[in-house]
Design a protein around this ligand. Sequence first.
Ligand code: SIN
Length: 308
Amino acid sequence: MDLSVTIAGIRFPTCVMNASGARCVTYEELERLGQSRSGAIVTKSMTREPRQGNPEPRYFSFPGGSLNSMGLPNLGYPAYAHLIPALRRFKKPIVASIAGFQPEDFIEGVRYMNEAKPDLLEINLSCPNIPGKPQIGYDMEASERLLQMIKAHTELPFGVKLPPYFDPVHHEAMAQILGRVGVSFLTAINSIGNALVVDPDHESVVIKPKGGFGGLGGPIIKPVALANVRAFWKLLGDRMPIIGTGGIQTGIDVFEHLLCGATAVQVGTVLVEEDIRVFDRIETELREYLDRKGYRSAIACRGRLKEL
Ligand code: SIN
């Protein structure tokens, strides 16, 4: 069974990798991803300055999902630029996730990465957790301006990590932008921003930042993630690889993302909960399920979802 995939000319040994955010902040965590069965090493979204992130508690797990408002805790562009060359020894793709608070930040991040040379850049347009900073991906004009600027400053292949969209008109507008800019891939979806979980016993919110509002992840968001993967697949088809993320817990969840049109997938909540051994379990489950279905590779089922 061949689980390898190729995105922007880069071969991934398996189609399941970590989502930016989960266990990928420190050098030790990135090394562990290198040693694991993750198909790539995806860094935490990095910013110009190192950040401690939002005050705690900032992560809450509940049956069916998770709520986070981490606030981009990370080591900063220069530190990741320094670490990335040492991660090459794991011989799997390195995906550098770039965030920022203004366009100049992203350009600075890209300059650092031009030196460090990860295999791919994933431009994060969708962090919902910075007080006072809206998700760029919901502003179509700002997104296009930023992506065009990035394109002008790097030769590295780059993709975008998008927020969930809930209306076809937004999928269409973003698909056109991605086509015009010529990005190499898209990742859908980031957590569903500004959700609220209530603790009725304590009559309280469950996380501290932003009055309890945070990004919803885990199994509860899988239908929204699948809908976004499917919508972009129908608009962009073979022209743009999609990395599906959202709600993946099992190999069958991966299969569902592939059927909807994903080329590869990322796991977040389940990686936080189960640690890196999750990659072995999901890979085994995916292999068995594809085999049972008569597929000989992960890519063979891509986009084959039947409509009624
Ligand atoms: C965070 O650090 O708050 C999450 C990052 C993201 O959702 O992009």
